[in-house]
Design a protein around this ligand. Sequence first.
Ligand SMILES: [Zn+2]
Length: 205
Amino acid sequence: MNNENAKRDPVSKLIFELSKLPGIGEKTATRLAYFVLKQDETYARSLAESLVAAKQKVGLCETCFTFTDINPCRTCADTNRDRAIICVVERPSDMNSVEMAGTFRGAYHVLHGALSPLDGIGPDELKIRELIERLRTASAPVSEVILAMNPSVEGDATSLYLTRLIRPLGIRVTQLAHGIPMGGQLEYTDRQTIGKAIENRMEMR
Ligand SMILES: [Zn+2]
């Protein structure tokens, strides 16, 4: 805990910690904090314990690098899935979004971000080496990699970078069809749009 934080009273500290969550501004954090304070202590305890338990029990799948409590994760362990096609996404939440669309029955690979040199995120900060290694050493050969990056400058840069690495391996590289607006995020895109974007995926140029 830093000095600034130590000086806060318990309610301000709770609001401060909640406001770090994505999409939660100070107003919402305040509302959530007051909600928790109004409940009896059992709820606060159970909330705190579930946060710690999730953090302790959940790690990264050794194959696809999504969050999981078992290794390999349930998706990688599913023998009904087509391992010849790998869908590459930025975050575990994107994997959930593609999965919810219901049209994809292949495997996944989670990069944990997109290339963003200005923020100090280069290839070594992402699971890119692991992806190439996976493609090279797969027991059953991979025939296609679908790049399902978010439509953004960083997502596009990542797709181009990966295409240059993957195509020389003799693997087809495709990307999601347009329909997801630039600056949009898979996480907040409806199932039908994602489903269509996968069906109509295009060859990377
Ligand atoms: Zn996995």
